[in-house]
Design a protein around this ligand. Structure first.
Ligand code: MRU
Length: 355
């Protein structure tokens, strides 16, 4: 089987960043050019770049871009002070995905041994490039573990876009499908369209189609029926933050799918890089849930579909309590239950590796 090379959604060019404009997909594959942290903040906030790992990668490069624009002869203390302001500014672009802060903090911490601004600039660029490179390996490992849970011929349901364009490559929850495709293992994907911004119908179907993966689109309210009628064997989703007890925030609609999985007796898997596990957030109740503009609900493709003046509630994410999660699939292995203890173990090992 031939290996498909997907488009890389975040491309660093030293003095600018190119972001695959995820607003325009699937009709156009345009890139937005980013030169300032303000432009990047807007692109993250508007979901031109999206998906927890990808926004972390983009933000890491954003700090590096900013650093490259600073004068090398300026003093290190002032540089660090300004860097922290940029870090806080970028971290405010979206609240739920912890990868954003995680990646920004890695870049800030990377300059600990710098003696000059020049050192700091170089270290920051190296760290941002490392975060992107590591994410590709991480996703591939998650894919290997996820694949071990599936049988040839399985039909698997997913939501949102936990795919290649939401990461450095392969995706988290979609990684197994890329690996299966490369190896000729037949798997079918059922993609929920993911209202209101349609990441499932616009992005997941597009990227899987490009790779030749067998994908079928359904609307979100077709999931329970489809699980029963089409013999779906499992649900696999990505995530934006996993609390210390295993409660997991992901795209709105995910919790409903977990309830359906339990009711219909199929496993519900969460694919997560360790960077998405946040031990500082004790439970799902403490995860900040982004609420977005009402127009995302009242309008479709720029056209109003709801009456003028209607009140709207538009949470972008929901939290699936840990007891509904059959397993969390990380790059270090698969965790089946007992999440509080095992997440702490696996996460602390990672901290040892990168500190
Ligand atoms: O609002 P989005 O499109 O950024 O939401 C993304 C998700 O919910 C994904 O499932 C999650 O970030 C995992 S991406 C590999």
């Amino acid at each position: 089987m031939s290996k498909h090379t997907p488009i890389q959604s975040v491309q660093y060019r030293g003095d600018h960043l190119l972001l695959l404009d995820q607003h325009e997909l699937p009709h156009k594959t345009d890139f937005v050019r980013i030169e300032t942290t303000e432009q990047l903040w807007n692109a993250i906030h508007a979901l031109q770049v999206r998906g927890a790992p990808a926004i972390g990668i983009a933000a890491a490069f954003g700090l590096s871009l900013w650093a490259n624009q600073q004068k090398e002869e300026s003093d290190l203390r002032t540089f660090v002070h300004q860097l922290k302001i940029q870090r806080n500014y970028l971290s405010s672009a979206r609240p739920t995905a912890v990868n954003l802060c995680w990646a920004l903090d890695r870049v800030v911490q990377s300059i600990q041994l710098a003696e000059t601004v020049q050192d700091a600039i170089q270290l920051m660029e190296i760290e941002a490039l490392t975060i992107q490179r590591e994410d590709e390996t991480t996703c591939q490992q998650i894919g290997e573990y996820a694949l071990s849970l599936f049988q040839p011929g399985d039909r698997i349901l997913t939501i949102c876009n936990p795919g290649s364009i939401a990461t450095a490559r392969y995706g988290t929850a979609l990684a197994a499908f890329y690996l299966a495709q490369e190896r000729g293992v037949p798997l079918s994907v059922y993609a929920c369209e993911t209202r209101p911004l349609l990441q499932g119908s616009r992005l997941t179907t597009w990227e899987l189609q490009q790779a030749g993966v067998d994908v079928t689109l359904i609307t979100d309210n077709m999931a329970a029926h489809t699980i029963r009628i089409k013999n779906i064997s499992a649900i696999i989703v990505g995530c934006d933050r996993i609390a210390a007890n295993g409660d997991t925030a992901n795209k709105i609609g995910t919790f409903g799918l977990a309830l359906q999985a339990k009711a219909l007796g199929i496993p519900f898997y969460v694919a997560s890089p360790l960077s998405t596990i946040d031990l500082d957030t004790p439970t799902g109740e403490c995860i900040p849930i982004e609420e977005r503009h009402p127009e995302e609900v009242t309008h479709l493709a720029g056209k109003r579909i709801a009456p003028e003046g209607v009140r709207v509630y538009n949470p972008a994410f929901d939290v699936t309590p840990h007891e509904y999660i059959s397993a969390i699939i990380t790059e270090q292995g698969i965790i089946f239950g007992n999440y509080r203890e095992k997440l702490a173990m696996v996460k602390n090992q990672m901290n040892l590796l990168i500190s």
